[in-house]
Ligand binder design. Structure first.
Ligand code: SF4
Length: 915
């Protein structure tokens, strides 16, 4: 709720976190002079009830103007908005006139607000006349969309977050929710605490922080989900656990599907999934015997060349048991992005129209065109993301406008994306940041408003629409995305369709379209919101669609009446085929590479990467590898390893484009490695893992297979490695001059650069001295293979560098204490040159970002007798704020709890089992 007007006096404003699809409400304190002074979770927002994860908690830290794009730019030079808009409009118009509407494209983002998305889609499909608008949501959940549409006749998520809490059995498939949807995970944790009978099963090739909560974990071979769920359907049949009444009243196609699944015997599934028959049977029995079951799935299911079939194989099991449309039941796709769902609503994917209408349906096309009174309407699907960049590469698409996304880092096959953008006649990028890997290719860069300035709506994973409210005026000359799109549309001669003065007007038009000629035929119906006044829109409370006459306060869950949006009104079973991932391993590329997110970063780090605290949990990209594999390759912790893939070797691309630090991890299956997705050429020499993925994608949804590449690993050999701590932010071009490998990350009082090189320490120092003439008083010391250098600037310790032939571990708290304005003492200098921190700076890896509690401190507390997460919280405060680190605390307890305590608790468990 809006509690005071912006700009008049101190206010408390409610808005939404811009990161993940949980869609948490955030309450922000603003001052009369436009400062954001405090932030907390909104206690009355139904997604989070006051909770925030560490990323949400640090929103204000990442909200500075530094690094923002503040002016329109043409060819790297500042220009006026009039000029920039005219150039974009003229070139788009000329290309459309000369080569037709399909010669241009938009590549947009789940970071846009629904109103931005709505006008972008309207311009492309209703005025330009092409469906060439696709989105980074293609990479996130387009397989879930395709599966829902095949089964239910609409992209309709049946469940709500309460179902995750009310389930008696919660199955999390391909989801590390503890890190990717932390607040939802905390709700699940609490539900399980309140109801110890609730069972949680995780299904994932990796043991993750999420599996800490699970009663059991099925560590399946990657890509075998269809076999697992087809086998479940066959078991439900043989176990007589089907809901035949539901099947006959509310579904179609069961016979064909069950016939198809019969071959998936327990033995065959266990073999295919590479798990034990007994654990498989346990899972199947639990599903069969439990009334309320939710299967929640995420990128591990979707980012696959058979993602749509995977999701349908899950949906089939819920339809066959009637575990849908009821409390605590349903197949639930958890979306990754904050507004992927909003984009789906307004037609942000190239194969949709708008408001869940179908581009292949002439009546739907007529409905949309009539409502828009637009000159044209796209008559066929446009290019999905992978095809889009292929068609830019071939020259068929000659201009692309990238909005609020970074395809150079997130799309597979990076070299192809780079080639395409290089060849493209016009690359326009609108973004709130001044630098990212994609902006390097922009002919025209347009400054867009950021999180605290944007004003509109977003929809989270449970269909809940929330207001994202403008807290601050636009930075520099930035404009809202919807305004930029409308200005370009007007300059192209389409003024009549784009004369919007506010996001409220756009929302009203969008809500009106959901109502237009609907009459209950379409799931997405916001008719109760189509006549909101500006004030009502500003005060809009979070609400789940449909919101109409029958449900004026929104709708928790769908299909409660067993009616679906197919022609027959019945849900459709879909035959799903097991197909192995397309990127096969072989003797040259023997390892399966899986990718994902880490706890404290978001996407390509353009925002979370600004926070030193968010960087301290994991401060450099890594490769998690099983100890046996590491041993076989002669790899130790922190060694650097080069990764390569077959499609790279066959092209003129640099050899081994990815080089990561080794993290030895028992949670990996042998032969499979894992790397995070976040780092890019903007902050590292060689860490963008999407280089290693081919264009393999799902033939139905077009979603790329980003969880299964085939790679080779080779120990990277450099003479020296080290860490450079420096007050100023050195750009990557400069770092390339000094080091062969580097990763840079912000510190509280400067920047950290991990590096490796064959250059002698003296040569590195000499190069630094040449490039940094304002640094003086250079001091160097060497002993036992460690070379330490420091330099002052204006009397302040401004550069510290350690170079060694061995791996170094340096406490960042210690370095931060030295890189301050204070002058350092002779004792500190001595400690520095010998790399010997004071005792108080020996915390180890940061675990709790909120209270800055490191691993060594936690282990000491465990050794001193702390024996539970709560106990650690009481003693050290760790885990008592956002709770994001609780699963890591629990892992540390397992690893370090004194043996006798562990034996005692095992004894108690054994006694409980007997009794
Ligand atoms: Fe933001 Fe965290 Fe909530 Fe996701 S879980 S919306 S990142 S606060």
């Amino acid at each position: 709720m809006l509690k005071s007007n912006l700009g008049t006096r101190a206010s408390l404003l409610n808005t939404t976190c811009p990161y993940c699809g949980v869609g948490c409400g955030v309450e922000v304190q603003t001052t009369a002079d436009n400062k954001l002074t405090d932030l907390k979770g909104s206690s009355d927002h139904p997604a989070n009830f006051g909770r925030l994860c560490v990323k949400g908690n640090k929103l204000l830290e990442t909200n500075s103007v530094s690094g923002r794009l503040l002016n329109p730019m043409i060819a790297g030079e500042k220009t006026s908005w009039d000029d920039a808009i005219a150039k974009v409009a003229t070139k788009f118009k000329q290309l459309i006139d000369d080569h037709g509407p399909d010669s241009v494209a938009f590549y947009v983002s789940g970071q846009l607000l629904t109103e931005d998305y709505y006008v972008a889609n309207k311009l492309m499909k209703g005025y330009i006349g092409s469906a060439n608008i696709d989105t980074n949501s293609r990479l996130c959940m387009s397989s879930a969309v395709a599966a829902y549409t095949r089964a239910f006749g609409a992209d309709a998520v049946p469940c709500c977050y309460e179902d995750l809490e009310q389930a008696e059995l919660l199955i999390l498939v391909g989801s590390n929710a503890a890190w990717t949807h932390p607040v939802l995970f905390q709700r699940i944790e609490r539900a399980k605490r309140l109801n110890p009978d609730m069972q949680v099963i995780t299904i994932d090739p990796r043991t993750t922080a999420t599996s800490e909560l699970a009663d059991f974990h099925l560590k399946i071979k990657p890509g075998t989900d269809v076999a697992l769920f087809n086998g479940l359907l066959a078991h439900l049949d043989s176990d007589k656990a089907l809901n035949t009444a539901y099947i006959s009243s509310h579904t179609q196609g069961f016979e064909q599907v069950i016939d198809h699944c019969q071959s998936w015997t327990l033995t065959k599934v266990a073999k295919q999934c590479d798990i034990g028959e007994l654990e498989l049977l346990n899972f199947y029995r639990l599903f069969a015997q439990t009334d309320k079951v939710v299967t929640a799935y995420s990128m591990g299911v979707n980012q696959s060349s058979s993602g749509t079939d995977k999701a349908n194989s899950i949906i089939n099991t819920h339809l066959a048991t009637g575990k849908i449309g009821r409390e605590g039941c349903g197949p639930f796709s958890l979306t990754g992005q904050p507004n992927a769902m909003g984009g789906r609503e307004v037609g942000g994917l190239a194969n949709m129209l708008a408001c869940h209408m179908n581009i292949d349906n002439p009546e739907h096309r007529q409905t949309v065109q009539t409502y828009w009174q637009s000159p044209t309407i796209a008559a066929k699907p446009g290019f999905k993301a992978v095809d889009l960049f292929d068609n830019i590469n071939t020259g068929k698409v000659k201009a692309v406008w990238v909005m609020a996304t970074n395809p150079m880092v997130s799309m597979p096959n990076r070299q192809k994306i780079a080639d395409a953008l290089k060849k493209c006649e016009l690359v326009v990028v609108s973004d709130c940041v001044a630098k990212n890997d994609t902006l390097d290719y922009a002919h025209i860069a347009l400054p867009a408003t950021g999180w605290s300035e944007k004003d509109g709506t977003v929809t989270n994973s449970e269909r809940r629409i929330s207001r994202q409210r403008g807290l601050l005026p636009a930075a520099g000359e930035a404009k809202h995305d919807w305004k930029i799109i409308c200005d370009v549309a007007k300059a192209m001669g389409f003024a009549s369709g784009f004369n919007f003065e506010s996001s409220s007007e756009i929302f009203a038009e969008y809500a009106g379209l959901t109502q237009f000629e609907n009459n209950g035929s379409r799931d997405l119906d916001l008719s109760a919101l189509s006549e909101l006044t500006d004030t009502q829109y500003n005060r809009l409370k979070p609400v789940q669609w449909p919101v109409n006459k029958a449900a004026p306060y929104g709708t928790k869950r769908l299909f409660t009446d067993g009616k679906f949006y197919t022609q027959s009104g019945k849900a459709q079973f879909v035959v799903t085929e097991f197909n192995a991932p397309q990127q096969h391993t072989n003797s040259d590329f023997p390892f399966v590479l899986n990718t994902g997110r880490i706890r404290d970063q978001w996407h390509t780090m353009t925002r979370t990467g600004k926070s030193s605290e968010l960087n301290s949990h994991v401060s450099r990209p890594y490769l998690a590898i099983h100890p046996e594999d590491a041993n076989n390759l002669g790899l130790k912790v922190d060694d650097l390893v080069s990764l390569n893939a077959a499609h790279i070797l066959t092209k003129d691309a640099p050899a081994a484009p990815v080089c990561l630090a080794v993290s030895i991890d028992n949670n990996q299956r042998q032969g499979e490695v894992f790397a995070p997705i976040h780092w890019s050429a903007s902050n590292a020499s060689s860490a963008n893992v999407t280089h290693l993925f081919t264009d393999a994608n799902d033939k139905i949804s077009g979603q790329p297979e980003l969880k299964h590449a085939a790679v080779s690993l080779q120990k990277a050999k450099f003479e020296y490695s080290g860490q450079l701590f420096i007050q100023q932010n050195l750009n990557v071009e400069l770092l390339k001059k000094f080091f062969d490998y580097f990763v840079t990350s912000p510190l509280e009082n400067g920047h950290l650069v991990y590096f490796a090189t064959d250059q002698q320490p003296a040569n590195i120092k000499q190069s630094l001295q040449l490039e940094l003439p304002l640094y003086d008083e250079w001091i160097t010391a060497s002993s036992s293979g460690l070379n330490s250098t420091c330099a002052m600037r204006q009397g302040r310790m401004s550069l510290i560098m350690f170079v060694s032939t061995k791996h170094l571990t340096v406490d960042l708290g210690w370095i931060n204490s030295l890189l301050t304005n204070e002058s350092i003492t002779p004792e500190q200098l001595h400690g520095l040159l010998n790399q010997q921190p004071d005792q108080r700076f020996k915390q180890g890896k940061l675990v709790c970002s909120c209270f800055k509690v490191g691993e060594n401190t936690i282990v000491d507390a465990i050794n001193a007798g702390c024996d539970s997460v709560d106990d650690l919280g009481r003693t050290l405060q760790c885990g008592t704020n956002c709770g994001s680190c609780k699963t890591e605390l629990s892992q540390l307890l397992k690893q370090h709890k004194p043996k006798k305590l562990q034996q005692a608790s095992q004894h108690i468990i054994a006694l409980e089992a007997v009794s």
